[in-house]
Design a protein around this ligand. Structure first.
Ligand code: FEO
Length: 167
């Protein structure tokens, strides 16, 4: 495997692992704050990111590359409110999307169409996740500081979390 691509894929393993831990911290914050639906949603997001990480680990190994299991930064675990939580979520997804674009760019530079092809799954996944994060944040911005709005948001997001678990 090309060295620069191996390095980028290892970076990507770290970003997915970091996102998984970040969403776990968000789930735990929501759980302890009484937002059970939001907690379920982030527990499920955390699992998804872990799956993204493992998919990369397996791929690099299959291709004969060297996987580096990363050391992670401490996740942010305290939030002012739901808006801050979902702003962080969107930012995290936008960051991951940007990093995936770097991998894709390098694949084209190196003419590694195999990795390029593999990464398309991540491109599609990111499109969906970023769109979802943006929609949820838009909803929260409409709700503002209305407590009953937050209650309904929490109830609605539980349905999203339940449907994710079935996937
Ligand atoms: Fe796998 Fe949403 O980053």
């Amino acid at each position: 495997m090309n060295i620069s691509i191996e390095k980028l894929l290892n970076n990507q393993i770290r970003y997915e692992a970091q996102a998984s831990m970040q969403y776990l911290a968000m789930a735990s914050w929501a759980d302890s704050t009484g937002y059970n639906g939001v907690a379920d949603f982030f527990y499920s997001q955390s699992e998804e990111e872990r799956a993204h990480m493992i998919k990369l680990v397996k791929f690099v190994n299959e291709r004969g590359g060297k996987v580096i299991i990363p050391k992670l930064e401490k996740a942010m675990d305290d939030f002012e409110n739901l808006n801050e939580l979902f702003e962080k979520f969107l930012k995290s997804e936008m960051f991951v999307t940007e990093q995936i674009s770097h991998v894709i760019y390098e694949c084209l530079q190196q003419k590694d169409y195999n990795v390029h092809n593999f990464m398309q799954w991540y491109v599609t996944e990111q499109l969906e996740e970023e769109a979802m994060a943006r929609t949820l944040l838009d909803k929260l911005n409409i709700i503002g500081s209305d407590k009953s709005g937050h209650y309904l948001f929490d109830r609605d997001i539980q349905a999203i979390a339940a449907s994710q678990e079935q996937e």
